[in-house]
Each structure stands twice: as structure tokens, then as C-alpha cells.
Design a protein around this ligand. Structure first.
Ligand code: SAH
Length: 248
């Protein structure tokens, strides 16, 4: 057995779609097999951790090693499934590198949904949700999450607000108007929430007015400095986790 795969804390964690249960047999994807066999130099009998977002975490043995693939045999459950806090991050997409970064970091911080939102001043015309999903899976594997955040297809701001599930509170990060500090709004908060941040150039005045007019919206300030879009989203998620999420 390879030492680097068996040492405590050094075990490779992989997300799979298949059900996980005692003696379950799970086929590795091509990319997983390549990573394990050719990058990590794993062999049959080496162990990995698997999770699928439903069945907790499982210790599994690598088996059926062939030139181009391998499978896993589930041995025992090492963690039971726990719910991720119910926090969506709705963000106006920003240029390529920050969107990757935002996906990875928001996943580490523990969001449940990432929703790209197209606003009037959004510069980015195409959002690569496949790439976002790959980033979210990798960050989930590394951060010991038991689930991968859902990556939604981009939606126009007007449509997002029109179809909003009204029992969910929407934290509107609004640097341009009078708004209470986020921590004040979250004091004693329960229920389902979402954070909304704008693009590089901010929301335009009609958008701000439309968002602010909805009963499920709470405008908040993230302090006296203007944050970049990616900083604003991540900062709001961190404060929410500390006051209303699973950092308590
Ligand atoms: N209005 C500015 C900057 C937009 S910053 C401009 O015209 O260039 C991008 C987004 O980050 C904003 O739309 C807002 O959602 C969020 N944001 C940045 N700083 C903030 C702050 N101090 N308080 C609340 N939201 C903030």
C-alpha cells in the first residue's frame, strides 16, 4: 500500500454520483482513475474516502485496476451525512479568474447554492457552469464537505426576483445606499437565506430600487469601504456563517 494514501489525513477524498453503502461497488470516472493511478501512483488495495452528498463519507478500497480505469469497493462509513447550512450566493459574474476563485472559496465557506445573476452592468457574457461545477467538486473534496454546492444556470436579475421563493430572506449587499450592517440584520436570525452581490460596476439605480421594494429583501452594508465583487460575496458569506450558520 502507498504510504501517502494510507497516512492519516493524507487520504484522497473523491466525490461520486453513485449510492454509497456497505459493499457498494462504484466505478471511478476516467479523470479519477487517471489521478489515482497515474498522478498518485495508487494500486489495488489502497484506500480512499468517498462522498456523494447523501450517504455520508465512506472508506473504500481501490479495485479492478486496469490500464485505463479502476473501481472502488465501499468498506465502512466514516462520517454520517450532515446538512450544509441553507445559504445561496447569488452573484453577478465577474471576469474569468475571480469566478473560479469565488466558486472555490464560497464552497470552502459552505454555501449550498451558487447562482450567477445577469444584471445591466454585468460585463461577462458567458458563464461556464461546467467549469464552476468542476471547481466546486474539487473544493468540496479538499475542504471535507459532505456535499457539493449546486451550480445553477445564469438567470436575469428580473427573473430571479420575480420567481423568488418568498420564504427565503435575501441579503442585498448595497454599498450605494443607507443600509444597516450585516451583523445587525442577522442577530438571532434563523430560516433560509441568500446573499446577492453586484458586478464590478455595481447595480444600476433602477435595479437597486426594484430589489429594495421586495418584502423578502434586506439591504445591508458591508462597511465603509467599497469591496470588489468577489470580496463582497465571500465576506458576506463568512459573516452569515459566523452569526447564523454552522460556525456557531
Ligand atoms: N458601485 C461601485 C462598486 C461595486 S462593488 C462601482 O460603481 O464601481 C460590487 C458589488 O459588491 C456591489 O454591487 C455590492 O453588491 C457589493 N459591495 C461592495 N462593497 C460593499 C459594501 N461596502 N457594502 C455592501 N455591498 C458592497
Amino acid at each position: 500500500m502507498n504510504d501517502h494514501l494510507s497516512e492519516p489525513g493524507g487520504k484522497v477524498r473523491l466525490f461520486v454520483e453513485a449510492p454509497l453503502a456497505e459493499a457498494a461497488h462504484v466505478q471511478a470516472s476516467e479523470a479519477q482513475a487517471h489521478y489515482l493511478l497515474h498522478v498518485m501512483r495508487a494500486r489495488a488495495g489502497d484506500r480512499v474516502s468517498l462522498f456523494n452528498g447523501h450517504d455520508g463519507e465512506w472508506l473504500a478500497q481501490i479495485r479492478d485496476v486496469k490500464k485505463s480505469g479502476c473501481a472502488f469497493g465501499c468498506e465502512q462509513q466514516t462520517r454520517t451525512q450532515v446538512d450544509t447550512p441553507d445559504l445561496w450566493l447569488c452573484f453577478a459574474p465577474i471576469k474569468k479568474t475571480p469566478a473560479d476563485y469565488l466558486t472555490q472559496k464560497a464552497t470552502e465557506l459552505g454555501v449550498s447554492v451558487l447562482q450567477p445573476v445577469i444584471t445591466r452592468r454585468t460585463i461577462v457574457s458567458r458563464v461556464n457552469t461546467g467549469r464552476m461545477r468542476a471547481n466546486a467538486i474539487e473544493a468540496s473534496e479538499q475542504s471535507e464537505r459532505l456535499s457539493v454546492p449546486e451550480i445553477r444556470e445564469p438567470v436575469l436579475l428580473e427573473k430571479l426576483i420575480a420567481a423568488w421563493p418568498t420564504e427565503r430572506q435575501l441579503i442585498f449587499c448595497d454599498e450605494a445606499g443607507q443600509a444597516p450592517p450585516l451583523a445587525q440584520v442577522l442577530r438571532g436570525a434563523t430560516s433560509a437565506w441568500a446573499v446577492l452581490t453586484g458586478p464590478e460596476g455595481g447595480f444600476d439605480p433602477t435595479e437597486r430600487e426594484m430589489i429594495r421594494s421586495k418584502p423578502f429583501v434586506t439591504p445591508v452594508s458591508l462597511g465603509p469601504r467599497i469591496l470588489r465583487a468577489d470580496t463582497a460575496g465571500l465576506a458576506a458569506v463568512a459573516v452569515w456563517q459566523a452569526l447564523a450558520g454552522d460556525w456557531r
